[in-house]
Write a protein of this length. Structure first.
Length: 212
């Protein structure tokens, strides 16, 4: 059994099922490790300030790409200061729906602002505390878009979801580059198929993370 806190993050383009898999893994961990505090968090969000920023970013009016980037980082800094770092210090296990790599991929690559400086700012926002493992749920942009279109709220989607396939393919390729550069920490999982099938792939890839 691990003695300290553990941070597992989920990444991927919209439609790959991150929120679903975070919740399925949380339930699996709670059932098998009842002695542990297991929490799930999301970005942007997770604090009162972060939830206000989330509503603005996803459902507000047009904003400049740089403004958008800085708002994501501000929400993240608040989340890590108030929730993530204290929870890890208490030895809790955290599952986070997105990390600073999202901003590097979505704004740095997708909006073509440049990944390096966005990633550097993200590392500052998390106070240098990288996730222990990052699960990248991977799916081609067209398939992920089709899944989004068939889901709840599909008629409108949020502001990011409406950006089109070329945008999401840039984001996806950025994720794959990050995963290839750090294969010991990133786990790339095929996000196709049933929820249960994806969960089994995730569990197989994370084998050993919760032991010893």
């Amino acid at each position: 059994m691990r003695g300290g806190g553990l941070l597992i993050a989920f990444e991927g383009i919209d439609g790959t099922g991150k929120s679903t898999q975070v919740e399925r893994l949380r339930r699996w961990l709670v059932s098998r490790h009842p002695e542990r505090v297991v929490r799930s968090l999301r970005e942007p969000g997770g604090t009162p300030f972060g939830e206000q920023v989330r509503a603005l970013l996803l459902h507000g009016g047009p904003i400049q790409p740089l403004t958008e980037t800085l708002l994501y980082q501000a929400s993240r800094a608040e989340l890590y200061a108030l929730e993530v770092l204290p929870s890890l210090a208490r030895g809790e296990w955290l599952l986070c729906d997105r990390t600073h790599y999202s901003t590097a991929a979505y704004q740095g690559a997708g909006l073509q602002l440049g990944e390096d400086w966005v990633l550097d700012l993200g590392r500052r926002a998390v106070a240098g505390r990288e996730a222990d493992r990052i699960v990248l749920l991977d799916m081609e942009a067209a398939a992920a878009s089709a899944r989004c279109a068939s889901g709840a709220g599909a008629a409108r989607g949020d502001r990011v979801e409406r950006r089109g396939l070329a945008y999401f393919e840039r984001v996806r390729q950025a994720y794959l580059r990050h995963a290839a550069a750090d294969p010991a920490r990133w786990l790339v999982v095929d996000a196709g198929g049933s929820e249960e099938a994806v969960t089994q792939r995730v569990l197989a890839g994370l084998e050993g993370c919760f032991d010893g």
